[in-house]
Design a protein around this ligand. Structure first.
Ligand SMILES: CC(C)(COP(=O)(O)OP(=O)(O)OC[C@H]1O[C@@H](n2cnc3c(N)ncnc32)[C@H](O)[C@@H]1OP(=O)(O)O)[C@@H](O)C(=O)NCCC(=O)NCCS
Length: 168
């Protein structure tokens, strides 16, 4: 890594692209041998953090995780593949997308389990928010995710404002 580089220089989405693999063990499952939703959410958070750290090169905290669906059950012994990348940067926050695939290597089949959008806020050692370098989408899919992330942010902000008002 070039230490003299401007920390706020824009970086391509590909710099943040990450992959995390987990084998589902008995301790990750319910009594029927299905992966616990909470364990998968934990892995999603970690996979998202990988992309956020790689892009921002700073500490980052999870501010929110959008609605999630679990589309197919995952069984003990399955291989879970989590792919993450930064979709868009705002000022101190960034939206990260995580896609979860289950791979049954005996049957040689892959299924989409879930997708999640997480917002991370970059912070320094004292917990103060810090600016994040812009992200450059380079492919059609990355440009689509970038545009969609802007719309999702407006929805999140409206919802957060409503909750903060209600809490007063
Ligand atoms: C998330 C957190 C840093 C936001 O701090 P804050 O002072 O309330 O935030 P602000 O209103 O100043 O917003 C700062 C940025 O965070 C974003 N943000 C804040 N809350 C958010 C939320 N719930 N969802 C998405 N983005 C959020 C804002 O849009 C803003 O982004 P921008 O700088 O890119 O425009 C703070 O609430 C926190 O530390 N939460 C605990 C985080 C944590 O510990 N996570 C682990 C699980 S407990």
């Amino acid at each position: 890594m070039d230490e003299t580089r401007d920390p706020l220089m824009p970086r391509p989405v590909s710099d943040s692209q990450s992959e995390m693999n987990e084998i589902v063990l008995p301790n990750d499952t319910n009594p029927l041998g299905f992966l616990l939703g909470g364990r998968l959410m934990h892995w999603i958070d970690l996979a998202g953090a990988l992309a956020a750290h790689r892009h921002s090169r700073s500490y980052a905290v999870t501010a929110s995780i959008d609605h999630m669906d679990f589309l197919t059950p995952v069984h003990v012994g399955d291989l879970v593949v989590l792919r993450s990348s930064v979709n868009r940067v705002f000022t101190t926050s960034m939206e990260v997308g995580v896609q979860v695939i289950v791979e049954n290597f005996l049957l040689e089949e892959c299924k989409h389990v879930s997708s999640a959008y997480l917002t991370f806020v970059a912070v320094d050692k004292e917990g103060r928010h810090v600016k994040v370098p812009p992200v450059i989408p380079e492919t059609d899919d990355q440009r689509r995710r970038y545009e969609d992330a802007g719309r999702r942010r407006e929805i999140r902000r409206a919802e957060l404002a409503r909750k903060r008002n209600n809490a007063r």
